[in-house]
Design a binder for this molecule. Structure first.
Ligand SMILES: NC(=O)c1ccc[n+]([C@@H]2O[C@H](COP(=O)([O-])OP(=O)(O)OC[C@H]3O[C@@H](n4cnc5c(N)ncnc54)[C@H](OP(=O)(O)O)[C@@H]3O)[C@@H](O)[C@H]2O)c1
Length: 265
């Protein structure tokens, strides 16, 4: 029961990584608050988790594209929970479209969800976290938050932006006991490519081959809980694609060659 008595608020809990994190936090003794737009899926998950937890998880509807929804969610959490020990900013949307074909409105939509929605929620909750003695903010970036990759221009940029923002937040608030863990997953087996946005705003609808071979979400969740407990500032984990993070950093010339050879399909 490594997370006993901890309250963990997880966004994007209706699917994939968020769902797996909710299961693992619950198994390890935490009380979880589940957020996403699809409350039917959250309700189903909450009922499942209620069997292993002494309290049924809370459900808080959240649309990161809508400021009112974010404010309502934070108000609800403040009014119903004594504290939030860990906020997991996991919700996000990927992209499958070429730069040259993608209208800027689509780029803005990706940023609205992945970056502005995430920071709006965090800023609204921060004063409450600080007042209750501090807490930990987990931010779901990606390996492509460390390098660019074909078909994911705005997605990659939005994840890069999270690093700048949350590294700064960490440096400003560490004395107030706010910890930040930025997570760079490689390929994790979820519906992320199916749900990815395309140039016309519709969902991509296909499971990428690489995605299908990704790390199971429950394995990833266990790794991540260990990293969160250790207070890691940044973690990159997944399969061998994670090597690209180090190639980009230490052998940039090789990264440029490799990235230019990726077939953008
Ligand atoms: N899977 C991977 O290989 C991988 C790799 C690197 C990073 N990531 C990151 O991991 C996070 C989770 O992705 P996943 O793989 O679990 O994908 P997923 O299965 O598509 O889950 C995405 C989650 O985000 C929520 N979401 C999407 N738009 C939202 C919005 N406007 N407001 C609130 N919630 C929203 C979805 O819930 P609703 O639709 O119900 O709102 C869903 O719960 C994302 O940030 C993604 O970028 C994933």
């Amino acid at each position: 029961m490594k997370y006993k008595d901890k309250t963990v608020w997880i966004t994007g809990a209706s699917s994939g990584i968020g769902e797996a994190l909710a299961r693992e936090f619950t198994r390890q003794g935490a009380g979880v608050i589940l957020s996403a737009r699809n409350t039917e899926k959250l309700e189903k998950l909450a009922n499942e988790l209620a069997v292993i937890s002494k309290t049924k998880p809370g459900i808080v509807e959240l649309d990161l594209e809508n400021n009112q929804s974010i404010n309502n969610a934070v108000t609800h959490v403040k009014n119903n929970y004594d504290k939030v020990d860990i906020l997991v900013n996991n919700a996000g949307i990927s992209q499958r479209s070429l730069v040259i074909e993608t209208p800027v409105e689509i780029d803005r939509k990706v940023f609205e969800i992945n970056f502005f929605g995430t920071i709006t929620l965090t800023k609204a909750l921060l004063p409450y976290m600080i007042a209750s003695g501090g807490g930990q903010i987990v931010v779901m970036s990606s390996v492509v938050g460390k390098f660019g990759f074909p078909l994911r221009s705005a997605y990659s940029a939005s994840k890069h932006a999270l690093h700048g923002f949350f590294d700064t937040l960490r440096s400003e608030l560490s004395k107030q006991n706010i910890k930040v863990t930025i997570v760079c997953p490689g390929r994790i087996l979820t519906n992320v490519s199916i749900n990815a946005i395309t140039k016309d705003g519709t969902a991509y609808g296909k499971m990428d081959e690489g995605q299908a071979r990704g790390l199971p979400a429950d394995v990833f969740a266990r790794r991540l809980l260990r990293a969160i407990r250790k207070g890691r500032k940044e973690i990159a984990t997944g399969g061998k694609e994670v090597l690209m993070v180090y190639i980009r950093r230490f052998l940039p010339w090789l990264y440029y060659i490799m990235a230019s050879k990726v077939k953008p399909t």
